[in-house]
Design a binder for this molecule. Structure first.
Ligand SMILES: Cc1cc2nc3c(=O)[nH]c(=O)nc-3n(C[C@H](O)[C@H](O)[C@H](O)COP(=O)(O)OP(=O)(O)OC[C@H]3O[C@@H](n4cnc5c(N)ncnc54)[C@H](O)[C@@H]3O)c2cc1C
Length: 406
């Protein structure tokens, strides 16, 4: 039970870190553990499983863009389906977004700007405004976007990690930390640090370095030992509508594009799973939802009040569906800039704050965290881009606020 590195949390983030760290330090003893029975069974399994390179902040675009490059190589192994995204804007939203949009490179970032007529070539949509829902004025069609299985991705990293000699322990729920200096009431001259962690059966795991990659549970784990991670959980809900021939109702017959759609009201989005006659729908709510691990159950009333009116307005032909699926999970938000955090105190590093886009950025985050744990100043991402690791720290942070959170 003695390791060089112990990584708590085998979601997509912890598993990616474990893989890149072990690949770089083959002789190190590294343990990846999780309270669940398999990798990716936490919030990674509860996501909408979409990926995109379309973000307002440069940092987000670098993290997602390079990760997508890696995922495209994995292809079917992670159930990658490049269905594309169609992000719709009202006239007012379009005017407000111009600064961000002009920073994008349509050729490199692979997107097209669509006017109302071009949008109508893809979607059977009502574009007119009717309070409180705004008009549909323009859209961005993103080709480097689509659907991916977060769980398959986490399991890919965890099994690659194991295959190169990494240790894995599931059903291991870390309940507490052992800190040196406990006897002196944590007097500073005792160089307080973590010497071990203890699970639900009182097993102790000793290590030299500890990595906390527990996503939405980071705050609950670190606050009791005196660390404010800056990362807090917020509930998010998704609903599945079963409907006969959704493509017929949603898309124009002639369109070869069958994208995920982000509507201009309330961040309501639709992920079509056309071969199963299912539409997954969600909403980017914020104010009013507490930053707490509150009730983990999805609420059908939320669908009927916050999502259904938006669908009815923009897609009047979308009727006679059955609310057949519902689930909820938690985003792990880093509220100030909605961008991931990699920070350390003593021999403990926490990695999280993925703010609703952790799957699509996991490859880059894993590489950057692994570089930081080795004391490197830069990480090399999947597309060859060099990334200064301190940019994602709290002390030397250099990121822009991400505005396109759904
Ligand atoms: C409804 C919803 C929709 C989303 N849609 C998308 C999307 O379309 N695209 C996208 O990229 N992202 C999406 N996300 C966000 C994405 O799911 C997260 O960013 C990502 O899964 C974070 O990965 P993680 O490894 O940090 O967290 P997790 O997957 O939650 O992993 C953390 C792990 O830590 C473990 N753990 C916690 N506490 C302990 C403990 N005490 N001891 C041991 N283990 C512990 C948990 O069991 C868990 O497996 C969505 C999230 C939600 C909730």
């Amino acid at each position: 039970m003695n390791f060089d590195y112990i990584i708590v949390g085998a979601g997509v983030i912890g598993s990616s870190i474990a893989y890149y760290l072990k690949s770089a330090l083959q002789d190190s003893k590294i343990l990846l553990l999780d309270k669940n029975h398999s990798a990716g069974a936490g919030n990674t399994a509860r996501s909408a499983a979409l990926y995109r390179n379309f973000f307002s902040s440069h940092t987000s675009r670098v993290l997602a863009g390079s990760s997508i490059r890696y995922y495209l190589e994995l292809g079917d192994k992670v159930q990658l389906d490049p269905i594309g995204y169609l992000w719709l804007f009202s006239e007012e939203q379009w005017a407000d977004s111009q600064n961000g949009i002009q920073q994008l490179d349509p050729i490199k970032d692979k997107f097209e700007v669509l006017d109302r007529a071009a949008i109508s070539d893809i979607l059977r949509l009502n574009h007119k405004a009717k309070a409180p829902f705004p008009d549909v004025y323009a859209g961005i069609y993103c080709h480097l976007c689509g659907s991916i299985s977060g769980m398959a991705l986490a399991q890919h990293y965890a099994s690659e990690f194991k295959s190169i000699g990494g240790d894995v322990s599931f059903d291991t729920d870390i309940k507490s930390f052992i800190l040196t200096g406990q006897n002196s009431r944590y007097a500073p001259w005792d160089e307080v640090k973590v010497s071990g962690i203890v699970d639900q059966e009182s097993n102790t795991y000793h290590g030299t370095q500890f990595v906390i990659a527990t996503g939405a549970w980071i705050h609950d784990l670190l606050a009791p030992i005196g660390i404010v991670s800056g990362i807090l959980p917020k509930k998010r809900q998704l609903f599945g509508l079963t409907i006969k021939d959704p493509a017929q109702l949603l898309m124009n017959h002639n369109s070869t594009k069958k994208p995920a759609v982000i509507l201009p009201a309330g961040g309501v989005y639709i992920k079509p799973i056309l071969d199963k006659n299912i539409l997954i729908v969600g909403c980017a709510d914020d104010l009013g939802q507490p930053y707490l691990m509150s009730d983990p159950e999805p609420d059908p009333l939320y669908f009927h009040s916050a999502i259904e009116p938006v669908l009815n307005h923009y897609f009047p032909e979308l009727k006679n569906y059955k609310l057949s699926l519902k689930w909820a999970g938690y985003y792990d938000y880093h509220w100030p800039d909605m961008t991931p955090v990699i920070e350390s105190v003593a021999n403990l590093t926490w990695v999280g704050g993925t703010s609703g886009s952790g799957i699509m950025k996991a490859d880059a985050i894993g590489r950057i965290a692994a570089a930081r744990l080795q004391g490197h100043e830069e990480a090399i991402l999947a597309d060859g881009v060099k990334f200064k690791v301190s940019k994602l720290s709290l002390r030397d942070r250099e990121v822009e606020k991400e505005e396109l959170i759904i």
